[in-house]
Design a protein around this ligand. Structure first.
Ligand SMILES: [Zn+2]
Length: 177
């Protein structure tokens, strides 16, 4: 979805409410991103605000299973008119502030790209499927080799002796000295 800044400025109060609904490629979304966005033009640029929602298909970092998570995303983006005089140093300054971007020279606002970036930012970096996560996959622990190893450890040493050592660590060193 793209909006020309001239169209926006032609609106009453230079304000436009958009119903956004798009499937954005390259995201973990399994449903289109939907929501209402309000575009307001000012002398300094354009303010885009609103709320969109989508459904993500993520992979749990613990049990490695895929799961679904609904993701509400707040959009609060400011696009400012860029002065052509200071293009290069300004770009560097702008990158420090995630919420301010320059308006392209052609005056076309790429709403899809703005939503895409907001959804990317809101996507969790650590994924956990939920409170009922079964934990790491059983495949590794349940294999024949590791089961045998576990048995050997259990029969090899009496865990009660280990407990005694941790309970009375000073007694043993006291006997030695
Ligand atoms: Zn999980």
């Amino acid at each position: 979805m793209k909006v020309s800044i001239d169209d926006l400025r032609g609106q009453p109060q230079q304000r436009l409410v958009l119903s956004f609904k798009e499937s954005l490629a390259g995201l973990e979304t399994v449903k289109p991103v939907v929501g209402d966005l309000t575009l307001t033009a000012g002398s300094w640029g354009v303010h885009i605000s609103g709320r969109v929602q989508t459904l993500l298909k993520l992979t749990c970092d613990r049990c490695l299973r895929p799961y679904f998570q609904s993701l509400p995303v707040e959009i609060d983006e400011r696009l400012v008119y860029q002065s052509k005089d200071a293009a290069v140093p300004k770009e560097r300054e702008l990158s420090r502030n995630d919420f301010v971007e320059p308006i392209p020279d052609n005056g076309i606002l790429d709403i899809s790209d703005i939503v895409y970036q907001a959804v990317t930012l809101a996507t969790p970096t650590y994924c956990l499927c939920g409170a009922e996560c079964p934990g790491p996959p059983a495949g590794e622990e349940g294999s024949a080799a590791s089961l045998g190893r576990g048995k050997a450890e259990r029969t090899g040493g009496d865990p009660r002796w280990k407990n005694l050592k941790t309970l009375f660590p000073n007694e043993e060193s006291g006997e030695k000295s």
